[in-house]
Design a protein. Sequence first.
Length: 550
Amino acid sequence: MKTYRKITLIVASVALLVAHSKGDEISAMKAQIEALQQQSAALNEQLQILQMKINQASLPEIQSTPHLVDASYGVLPPGNQHGFFERKPGNGVTFYLPGGELTTYANIDLSVDATTKGLGGKLGPNGLPPVGNMGWMPDVSTNLSYIGIRGFQTLKGLPFTFIYQLETQFDIAASSGISETNSSESDVVKGGLTSRNSYVGIASPRWGALMIGKTDAPYKNSTARMNPFYAMIGDYQVIMGNTGGDNRVEFGTRLDHSIWYESPKWRGFVIDALISPGQNRADNSDNVAAGESDCTGGNIPGSGGITPLTCSDGSFSLATSASLTYTKGAFFITSAYERHEKVNRSSDITGIYASGNPYSVVLEAQDVATEDAGKVGIMYTFPSKTSIGAIVETLHRYLPSDLEFQNERQRQGTWFVASQKLSRNTSAHFGWAHAFRAPGDPGQHNDSNAVPPGGDPTSDATAGAHADNTANLFTVAFKNQINKNLTAYADWAFTANGPAAHYDLGAGGRSVTTDCHDAFAATGGLVGSNPHCWTGGNLMGVSAGMDFRF
């Protein structure tokens, strides 16, 4: 019996040892499975990001700000444990923070250009030609260069993260300061901290991102990938989104004091929506908006000779903007809409009529009206790495019939773009934009052709309802990607204006602007500058530069 009991105890001990050993093995296997699952999730996320980058690389797009919820931005990998300010692997300049990440990025773009206004042979109503240099003028341009930081912090127990971005423009070829030229005036210091897209907000890969601050509007961003000439002299903003042919782009701009939402990609669809309170104390938007340095819309106080000086050349109040895009592989389609309330353009009236004209007083009050813009764009990249795209756009200003004779802010526009990969690192691009005729024209320039309603032909400027203010922009560019960060480019651009049109090159702050103004009384400054704008110019420019981004 004793021997039997010993044998039984030995067997039981061995069984316990085996069971314990198997338990350890099972626990170890479970731990390995969990680790593999975490690695699989992280690899799957990286593959999705890589696939997104591959899809984007096949398109000739350049965007200043990535879509937040389309990237890894705002998402930490499972089991993330890193030291403070530890460098994150990859091409970006990203560092780990406790519970978050911080990324530094920049774009540095300089070029050597030569442009001409194409006004040779033009004569004004007084029989005199434009004042100043109307031939070819060389320049060195900083184009669009900026630096910024963006990052996120996880919020314990909450299904979203806190996100932020601080971005500023900087000049390399020129000194930073307020703008005082013969065609624009601004109190904004573009080299000041956070002069560009900057915000705080919350983001979730499932629900999207909600932000507050200032940003390029969804209307502008919606077709950014269809503009391979971004920030060059032939940027499509010379015509697209530009209601009057000036060097500011009303529907291709950054909107301050805004609140906006960016959705995640739902089966290829993305929705962006923004609202910007007007913050204008005046019923007709002629004040500088509260908390701002400039009139809304980038117009110059006092334009048109109004005294006292007011924001009466395009200043607006409430702005809304939205876009819907769909992407599937090489196919892309988008639609967008933007609306500006109470746009004050009464300076157009004061610039037409002599002081004291009773008809002018009535029209000035009427020339505060809503403006909106809508567009549809489509693009496809073929297996041959040929990309073809087109945009159709409509711009509208809601005016009474007695103001249509001077309404140059309402028209249609089109854009066609073709890009071809020539080799692994080189590509060629062609673009053509067309501005259709507007209902009217405010005159005031060398194209004046009719006495305005109720006007005096001896003292009033002239304007007409049947002026030819159509225009065409042609652009050709070649790019060579030297490495993943550095690209060299050369481009040629030509703006052919109709007799009453004054579209330019470099609109919206792209390169050194070449516009319709001559050098008459154009020393700069808010009150002392009074250059003349000449219509019908055939502007041309060539440019060669390098763009470095990280």
